[in-house]
Design a protein around this ligand. Structure first.
Ligand SMILES: *[C@@H]1O[C@H](CO)[C@@H](O)[C@H](O)[C@H]1NC(C)=O
Ligand SMILES: *[C@@H]1O[C@H](CO)[C@@H](O)[C@H](O)[C@H]1NC(C)=O
Ligand SMILES: *[C@@H]1O[C@H](CO)[C@@H](O)[C@H](O)[C@H]1NC(C)=O
Ligand SMILES: *[C@@H]1O[C@H](CO)[C@@H](O)[C@H](O)[C@H]1NC(C)=O
Ligand SMILES: *[C@@H]1O[C@H](CO)[C@@H](O)[C@H](O)[C@H]1NC(C)=O
Length: 704
């Protein structure tokens, strides 16, 4: 504990100096001041090159495992190399799933029949929409099968929606349920439907959720999803190649038998609003609750069951396919074995103009910008790694396999993982991060211009969304490539984008034409994402002393536990409070040490090997502390997820669940309500308390 008192002594005298170095840490070795470096980078970004990258990447549909997708890998590889960034491929062979045959027909009580074409229609003025290579609408990993049964409307297909049906006395056993998509991950809809006893499921995009309720027209006359638009996707609930759970799918790897894998249990088919309309129109039964009424032209949405029946037939396959990540590296000058990773996936369900290649275009623009800085003599202190992932759409496969393959190197060397999936799908900035990165994320948004030209900076625009207070930083659920880094490997992560609702998500119309007309007409939002993403990398790779803030983590944990405390008289949250206090104290001590180190560094008080070693050790405590939130045995039931603070919600894999283990145990205890179930919950609380204590202990850097 000696270091604590020493720091307290020097703290006061150093605080006054503290302001001086925030704008000048760490880049003096390369001949740039930080300000100059930031200006050089930001002023070099161009909406014109970004739009050119996006156009070239999205000429053809490029689903993972296809030749067109491999061509985009080469495009990215060549661009890295041309920018002076050393690149390599990282290939895997994984189990993907494609559609072979689909059909759907509606059978009315009067004996009439309607066959659906299941086709998204070409729209005028959009040549992309006539491309015959676009993959038919389907859900990857849906089982094959033919089901003929009565229909029940299940709203968003959430657990609570099925409970409502039960309360209403609507029997869904053996039916084909129809759910609107948009509130939870489609794989969860499939799982809920199967659990409720449905024989098959249909999802559709209601105009309420994807088309401004149909009152403002549709693409191409407005930004909204046309009535024939369909959202494709994967139903798989776990991450990575289904046949190699937890280990990399290299050529000679052990692989499970297909029969050992838990695939979705019932056939599921996505359809358009246009095709859903006659099905919903044909339902009788009770009028659905007000919150269940959508935006289709119906007198009212009714629950069913039936009397209308549908016949749904789906045949898909499971195919071993090659996938290809592209990895580009700028080796650090001082600490080449410390990594800042920028990642984005490249594979798309259709053209991918928003999802994900708006992000790829930004990644390429940053590579171009960093290439320019390199040619001016810049060398980042630490190594910057550009990652272009494949097969994200099937289940975050490329990134998960890569993390599994490099797990211990990443666990010992990665500083942070910075993800961008769809960089632009709408007008508002949105940032999510692990809490120790909150401050640096906020700081860089103050340096980037508001692309919508309403406010001065992205920070001001972002803050305006939260009543001009501190912007609301989200937390990381699942649904994109940060998951392996954060939930499996315990690496501090963030994810940024411009969006709110993205109506074209996974449809035929996610193309350059839509982006240029509605998503980002001047590509200035792309420039803003490139600026923020690039500045994060410049800071994390260049700052001699990292600026991680663990006090934010302590604040966050405290708030959450207030909620838990009210959960039950049968458990106690008491173990958590000393743990959080320790984290708070360790964070404060670390903050003082950071200030001291920054001043030493600025004034070159000591540049001997001893100081360098102290600097390194201080940074290591910050960047490695996150790993102590991992439980080596993983979360109960889903052992791949090891982070005890953040995980995907069991009810919705898109959402972040705080304390996933505690929440699951709480839900179980509430429903089982016996001693063993409450004990299990108490055990989960202890587990979290131990993890927080471990983080505090690690941050302090002292043996006990
Ligand atoms: C629901 O329907 C199934 C199949 O039609 C039937 O076997 C079951 O008994 C029904 N359940 C209830 C509660 O009515
Ligand atoms: C559709 O209308 C509802 C209720 O008026 C509104 O809450 C919802 O945001 C609208 N949807 C869109 C996409 O504008
Ligand atoms: C699976 O289906 C796709 C698309 O129809 C086809 O290209 C592929 O060859 C099929 N794979 C197998 C193993 O049947
Ligand atoms: C880039 O921005 C400039 C200035 O706002 C604009 O004139 C130009 O059209 C934009 N380029 C593209 C491709 O949108
Ligand atoms: C506590 O557990 C008992 C059974 O073990 C149960 O009857 C009671 O409802 C529980 N209390 C709360 C608040 O859940």
């Amino acid at each position: 504990m000696a270091s604590v008192s020493r720091c307290r002594c020097c703290l006061l005298s150093l605080v006054l100096l503290a302001f001086a170095f925030f704008s000048s840490t760490g880049v003096k070795d390369s001949g740039f001041t930080l300000d100059k470096l930031e200006d050089e980078f930001l002023s070099g970004l161009s909406n014109n090159t970004i739009s050119k990258f996006l156009k070239e990447l999205t000429l053809e549909p490029h689903v993972a495992g296809t030749a067109e997708d491999l061509a985009t890998a080469k495009y990215v590889f060549d661009h890295f190399e041309a920018s002076g960034i050393v690149a390599h491929y990282s290939d895997y062979s994984v189990l993907l799933s494609y559609p072979i045959r689909r059909s759907l027909s509606l059978h009315l009580p009067d004996g009439s029949l309607k066959d659906f074409t299941l086709k998204e229609e070409a729209v005028e003025g959009d040549p992309y929409s006539t491309n015959p290579k676009v993959i038919p609408t389907f859900f990857a990993y849906s089982p094959s099968g033919t089901i003929s049964s009565e229909v029940v409307y299940v709203n968003y297909g959430r657990e609570e929606d099925f409970l409502t049906l039960k309360d209403e006395g609507v029997n869904v056993t053996g039916t084909v349920v129809i759910a609107r998509i948009g509130k939870i991950f489609r794989g969860d809809i499939a799982a809920n439907a199967a659990a409720a006893g449905a024989a098959a499921a249909i999802t559709y995009s209601d105009p309420f959720d994807y088309a401004g309720n149909g009152s403002q027209g549709y693409y191409p006359s407005s930004q909204w999803l046309p009535p024939s638009g369909v959202q494709r996707g994967s139903l798989f609930l776990t991450n990575g190649d289904p046949l190699t759970p937890g280990w990399p799918s290299v050529p000679d790897a052990e692989r499970l038998e297909i029969s050992q894998v838990q695939f979705p249990k019932i056939p599921v088919l996505p359809v358009s609003a246009q095709d859903a309309l006659p099905i919903l129109e044909a339902l009788t039964g009770k009028v659905a609750p007000q919150e269940w009424q959508g935006g289709l032209q119906l007198s009212s949405y009714r629950l069913g069951r039936g009397p209308a029946k549908v016949k749904l037939s789906y045949e898909g396959n499971l195919t071993m396919a090659p996938i290809r990540n592209v990895i580009g590296m700028i080796t650090g000058s001082e600490e080449p074995d410390r990594y800042i990773l920028l990642g984005n996936h490249r594979d798309a369900w259709t053209f991918g103009a928003a999802d994900p290649n708006s992000g790829t275009a930004c990644l390429l623009e940053i590579a171009r910008g960093f290439g320019n800085l390199l040619s001016l003599g810049w060398r980042p202190r630490r190594t910057i790694i550009f990652c272009s992932w494949d097969a994200e759409e099937f289940g975050l496969i490329g990134s998960s396999e890569w993390v599994e393959r490099n797990l211990n190197l990443l666990a010992s060397r990665a500083v942070a993982y910075l993800n961008v999936d769809s960089a632009v799908g709408g007008p508002n900035f949105d940032g999510r991060a692990t809490p120790q990165l909150d401050n640096i994320l906020l700081e860089v948004t103050k340096k980037v211009k508001d692309p919508n030209s309403v406010y001065g900076t992205v920070y001001e625009a972002w803050s305006a969304l939260n009543g001009h207070g501190t912007p609301n930083i989200g937390r990381l659920g699942s649904g994109s490539d940060f998951s392996a880094f954060l939930h499996h490997a315990g690496i501090p992560s963030c994810d940024i984008r411009y969006q709110t609702l993205y109506p074209m998500y996974h449809s035929l119309y996610d193309d350059y034409n839509w982006m240029e007309r509605f998503g980002d007409p001047m590509f200035h939002r792309h420039v803003a994402v490139s600026g923020i993403w690039g500045l994060l990398a410049i800071h994390l790779a260049g700052d001699a002393v990292l600026s991680f803030n663990y006090a934010n983590y302590a604040d966050e944990l405290e708030v959450i536990f207030d909620n838990l405390l009210q959960a039950s008289e049968n458990i106690t949250a008491n173990p958590l409070f000393p743990a959080i206090s320790k984290l708070r104290a360790a964070a404060a001590q670390l903050g003082a040490e950071m200030i001291q180190m920054k001043i030493f560094w600025l004034h070159q008080v000591l540049t001997d090997a001893q100081t360098l070693s102290k600097l390194r050790s201080l940074n290591d405590r910050m960047l490695l502390a996150e790993r102590s939130f991992l439980d080596p045995s993983g979360l109960t039931g889903t052992s791949w997820y090891k982070h005890v603070i953040y995980g995907p919600s069991g009810k919705n894999h898109y959402n972040s669940q705080l304390f996933p283990g505690v929440c699951d145990a709480l839900a179980a205890a509430m429903s089982i309500n016996n001693k063993a179930s409450w004990n299990a919950l108490q055990h989960e609380i202890w587990k979290v308390a131990r993890a927080i204590t471990n983080v505090a202990h690690f941050l302090s850097g002292e043996l006990h």
